[in-house]
Design a protein around this ligand. Sequence first.
Ligand SMILES: [Zn+2]
Length: 83
Amino acid sequence: MKCSLCSLDIEVTKSGWDKGNNPQPIREPSARCCDWCDKNLVIPLRIRMIQNRNQLSGKAADFIAARALPSNAFDGGKSHDNK
Ligand SMILES: [Zn+2]
């Protein structure tokens, strides 16, 4: 299974889970993302949205999601720092 954010393979965990993580709010929950993207993209964005929740509408959240992604997030060809 491929990560919906970086297009790399989602690794199977020790417990046998191979569906990765929920990439909301960057993608629909039916899409999945790898641990690296979850830790480096999705969670920081969620924290930012929680901090700003009183000001954000859905469209503002989309805007921030686009801005929160590093420019190389969609290369797909590069491996992650922690590998
Ligand atoms: Zn990923």
